[in-house]
Design a protein around this ligand. Structure first.
Ligand SMILES: NCCCC=O
Length: 488
């Protein structure tokens, strides 16, 4: 089969240097310091990014603060117009954005183009429309001779930190509602994946006034400077539970609003009346998409004990059929893990498998260059095992058994996370019973992993609080003010 190698991907293969985007300009870090960006398909350095320090963060927040003076007073129509034009530019440059994203992450070009890129412009279009129809409760006379009404206002300057698993989409999940609501933003992308974030910010400058969207690259210290800075009224992060707790702790010292989308450990509950063959295929795809580096990945399968053996065999077969490989190979379903530490983490989880558990397929690194790991299915694990309790964030699915609905719920809910879940059954009433009792912010029925702009994404428990996407996500970036007027 011929390899797919669009011209944009070839161009993105060249060594390059990324820039911060501050106050409408592409700039290096104030100190001139840079760091190496690694190609996860080879482990070799392929680019340089600015290593931003306190001065860069100060400058970015100063720009955002200035910009808020005018952006915060624009009409929804004006903001919508800018975001719709940005969405059109994203569509026009989708091949380029896709190539840059795949170069930076090792994602497969074809699948990323079909499964991720369409959402990039759609999210902006959704929030462009949504900001024009935000709601408050009714205005009225709640006291004689007084009229009360609600103003929904932007919060101000917002600091945002985004992860490496979906660098472009997670940036858009954060910046689109924030900017649509009239806020201004300083965002730090993950240090391992700055490419698409800096490119999107660069593209956006044509449509947004200077300072509305600023991006500063850097490491954890840059992130700490960003979230502990006195200027932002709100900080939002998609990342690990550890990072979320650190951000919440830093924000608590001056009572910033916090928005956290953190880890997950999605239970995937398969009852004996489900379409087992279809479920095995769909669950393998939802568990291995993006190398399982997805906080909603179908990673923790719970299957009715009567159909366990049949289902595990089908799942292992379906998983083994999904190939890991290079971005431009048409057979590739998922690429490498993001970095060497993540490869070590995933491999460690499998290497430490307890004696009562079993590797049904995979369990090995693939090749000796880059960070590729085989599609892996583990069975025989118990509820308190590390592999069940801790997010793996790799191409690894575990399978446990359950006796009845009550035990399925106890296992499903018996983790620190509460982001997403799914139920696979032909029994509608059972699916409804399970949906009501699953302690997760998303419940899918006979599917797993799709998302849409109109519906909220966000978790409970240690998966964080606040919603991305949807009108709820937009409202999270607003504040409510009561105005009361004497009319007597
Ligand atoms: N499926 C989208 C998940 C976002 C965070 O990982």
């Amino acid at each position: 089969m011929d390899a797919v190698r669009p011209a944009d991907y070839a161009r993105a293969m060249a060594d390059q240097t990324f820039s911060n985007v501050v106050d409408g300009r592409l700039v290096p870090s104030a100190s001139g310091a840079t760091y190496d960006v690694i190609d996860p398909t080879t482990g070799a350095v392929y680019a340089q990014a600015p290593m931003s320090g306190q001065e860069d963060v100060d400058r970015a927040y100063a720009a955002a603060d200035r910009a808020f003076e005018t952006w915060g007073r624009t009409t929804p129509k004006e903001r919508a117009t800018a975001l719709l034009r940005l969405a059109d530019a994203i569509d026009a440059r989708a091949e380029e954005l896709n190539a840059v994203e795949c170069r930076d992450t090792g994602k497969p070009l074809a699948l990323t183009m079909s499964e991720e890129m369409p959402y990039a412009s759609d999210h902006f279009r959704f929030f462009a429309g949504a900001c024009r129809v935000m709601e408050g409760r009714a205005a009225g006379e709640y006291m004689t001779d007084m009229t009360s009404f609600i103003r929904r206002e932007p919060i101000g300057v917002v600091g945002q930190v985004t992860p490496w698993n979906y660098p472009l989409l997670m940036m858009i999940w954060k910046v689109a509602p924030a900017i649509a609501a009239g806020n201004t933003v300083v965002l730090k992308p993950s240090d391992t994946t700055p490419a698409s974030s800096t490119l999107l910010a660069e593209i956006a400058q044509e449509f947004l006034p200077p300072g509305v969207l600023n991006v500063v690259c850097g490491d954890r210290d840059t992130g700490r400077a960003l979230v502990s800075h006195p200027t932002p009224q709100m900080v939002a992060i998609t990342g690990s539970v550890r990072a979320g707790m650190e951000v919440a702790g830093a924000a608590a010292t001056d009572l910033k609003r916090v928005h956290l989308e953190l880890g997950g450990k999605a239970p995937v509950i398969v009852f004996d009346d489900a379409d087992l063959a279809g479920a095995a295929t769909s669950i393998a795809e939802a568990g291995l998409f993006n190398a399982g580096q997805d906080c909603t990945a179908a990673t923790r399968v719970l299957v009715a004990d009567g159909v366990h053996d049949e289902f595990v065999a089908a799942l292992a077969e379906a998983a083994a059929a999904l190939k890991t490989g290079m971005p431009d190979d048409e057979d590739t379903y998922y690429g490498p893990l993001n970095n060497a530490d993540q490869l070590a983490r995933v491999a460690g989880m499998v290497d430490r498998l307890p004696d009562h558990a079993e590797v049904r397929t995979g369990g090995t690194r693939v090749g000796d260059a880059g960070y590729f790991y085989a599609p892996t299915v583990l069975s025989g694990l118990r509820q308190d095992d590390e592999q069940i309790q801790t997010e793996i964030f790799g191409p690894v699915m575990t399978v446990q058994t359950f006796a009845d609905e009550a035990e399925a719920l106890r296992f499903a809910n018996g983790v620190q996370y509460g982001l997403s879940s799914s139920v696979w059954t032909a029994d509608h009433a059972r699916a409804m019973r399970m949906s009501a009792r699953l302690d997760f912010g998303v419940v899918w029925i006979n599917t797993h992993i799709p998302f849409v702009s109109e519906m909220p994404h966000g978790g409970f428990k240690h998966s964080g609080y606040g919603k991305d996407l949807s009108m709820y996500g937009l409202e999270d970036y607003t504040r409510i003010k009561h105005v009361m007027s004497s009319i007597g």
